[in-house]
Design a protein around this ligand. Structure first.
Ligand SMILES: NC(=O)C1=CN([C@@H]2O[C@H](COP(=O)(O)OP(=O)(O)OC[C@H]3O[C@@H](n4cnc5c(N)ncnc54)[C@H](OP(=O)(O)O)[C@@H]3O)[C@@H](O)[C@H]2O)[C@H](O)CC1
Ligand SMILES: [K+]
Length: 448
């Protein structure tokens, strides 16, 4: 499972707007369909490697792409059959169907499969889940090589509804831009490997997949304080704060203080009792404060969060510190790192896809929000979004969230824009996790 790095993501509505702009600029929708079908044919040609291809065409423009792909494959000499679910319903699809000169079979239970199935039944126009009969019919093709055109048929392209497609794809060819379904659960795993075909639309880049993480080496003028100073406030479970502090150092902070913990995870972390917390917050060199790892809700947390807010320093707020700080956050530079449960507690009113919820939370709080999970989403108050699918599955273990909070602290203390800092921290976290792989425990992420 993979998606291209730093690739644009558009909702179906944004996709239609981009198409309309394209048409206004002189590129007809028929031309876009021709390009989409040609890209699908090209990929099918390579996936089939000479074996027969069966193209399944739906009634809309996704089906239109399928007819174009079938024609292009036949022109190249491929063995290709077409099966249709219904007659084309759009002018574009009708025109594409008319240019396909081969036969069209009905999509039935009895029809013969082929080694490669090109799924062009439904794309971004699906308005309701597939019927049981069609789903059952498609499940019969499971085990064949499957190329999904734009999205696997049956998913909600915008990712807001939990529809699962009956026929998982080996490769999904996203057209023009990725869609939320390519990067959000439950649909994303059904896409297999997602590739992007640029068909000539100008996709807005406000929402993208995660850029590749590139660690910046310090230059000759750098010293420990210019790399960034991070203060991590420990609560009753100092081990979690220790992970965050060590991660801040590993992620590039030059100086890390762990306040309120007797033991430091590394000798290079300055561990001290909690008495000096207020003084540390006053340090002009301090670039970021991390509060929340290992710190349950209560009066002590509220007091420490309040002091951190009053300092005016950039904040990373994790776990119970998120809900504690939320009412007083207005205008502060902050990154919030909730997992699903913490998100639901802090932002109970938001619905829709994970992207929509993350965006709403960022807008309401004025902070950058990292919605953690296998399909991590980073959202900024100005609407920017980065999607981190497929991340690294080995991160699903205790303590990795504390490590992420510490990495956010390091990236913030470095002086980055908070959205860029959060994106860099998520990228750093994944790159380290991938290097460790099976058997990962959170401590591995901070060790050499
Ligand atoms: N983005 C681009 O630049 C281009 C994209 N192209 C391709 O076009 C599709 C989107 O095409 P669209 O026609 O909007 O929608 P679909 O083909 O996905 O499906 C619409 C038809 O499906 C019917 N429908 C919807 N849900 C169901 C269901 N559960 N069961 C049966 N039928 C369903 C729907 O019927 P309604 O009754 O709801 O009206 C439509 O008939 C995009 O994904 C790309 O593949 C073009 O190539 C141009 C460039
Ligand atoms: K499809």
């Amino acid at each position: 499972m993979s998606v291209p790095a730093d690739a644009p993501i558009l909702t179906s509505e944004a996709m239609r707007a981009a198409e309309a702009l394209c048409a206004a600029g002189g590129t007809s929708l028929a031309e876009l369909m021709e390009r989409a079908g040609a890209a699908a044919a090209d990929l099918a040609w390579r996936m089939a490697a000479g074996a027969p291809v069966l193209v399944l065409c739906g009634p809309g423009n996704n089906g239109g792409d399928g007819y174009v792909a079938a024609r292009r494959l036949a022109e190249r000499g491929a063995s290709v059959r077409v099966a249709a679910l219904a007659e084309p319903k759009t002018d574009l699809a009708r025109a594409a169907r008319a240019r396909w000169t081969g036969g069209v079979e009905a999509l039935t239970d009895e029809m013969a499969p082929a080694p490669l199935i090109a799924d062009a039944l439904f794309g971004v126009g699906l308005t309701r889940p597939l019927g049981d009969e069609l789903a059952e019919r498609l499940r019969r093709f499971a085990g064949r090589r499957v190329l999904a055109v734009d999205v696997p048929s049956g998913v909600d392209a915008d990712g807001g509804r939990d529809w699962t497609p009956p026929l998982p794809a080996d490769i999904t060819l996203a057209l023009g831009a990725l869609k939320p379904a390519h990067v959000l659960l439950p649909a994303a795993p059904y896409c297999g490997r997602t590739l992007l075909a640029g068909i000539g639309i100008a996709a807005d880049r406000g929402m993208t997949t995660l850029p590749r993480f590139v660690g910046e080496a310090p230059d000759a003028s750098t010293h420990k304080f210019s790399r960034g100073m991070v203060l991590v406030r420990a609560g009753p479970m100092p081990g979690a704060a220790g992970l965050a502090a060590a991660a801040a150092l590993r992620a590039g902070a030059g100086y890390v203080v762990l306040s309120g913990a007797a033991r430091a995870p590394f000798s290079a972390v300055i561990a001290e009792d909690g008495e000096g917390y207020a003084g540390r917050l006053d340090d002009a060199r301090l670039g970021a404060v991390v509060v929340g790892p290992g710190y349950p809700a209560g009066a002590a947390l509220d007091r420490d969060v309040k002091a951190a807010l009053a300092s005016g320093k950039p904040l990373v707020l994790d776990a119970a510190a998120i809900a504690s700080a939320l009412p007083k956050l207005g205008g502060m530079t902050a990154i919030l790192t909730p997992h699903e449960g913490e998100f639901a507690r802090a932002f109970p009113d938001f619905g829709g896809s994970k992207i929509e919820r993350a965006r709403a939370a960022a807008e309401q709080s004025g902070a950058v929000v990292i919605c953690k999970g296998a399909d991590t989403i980073v959202a900024a108050p100005d609407g920017r979004v980065a999607a981190a699918w497929p991340g690294c599955p080995w991160l699903a273990t205790a303590g990795t969230g504390d490590v992420l909070a510490g990495a956010c602290g390091a990236m913030l203390a470095h002086g980055r824009d908070p959205f860029d800092a959060a994106v860099a921290a998520v990228g750093w976290h994944i790159v380290r996790a991938q290097a460790i792989g099976p058997g990962l425990v959170a401590d591995d992420l901070i060790r050499d």
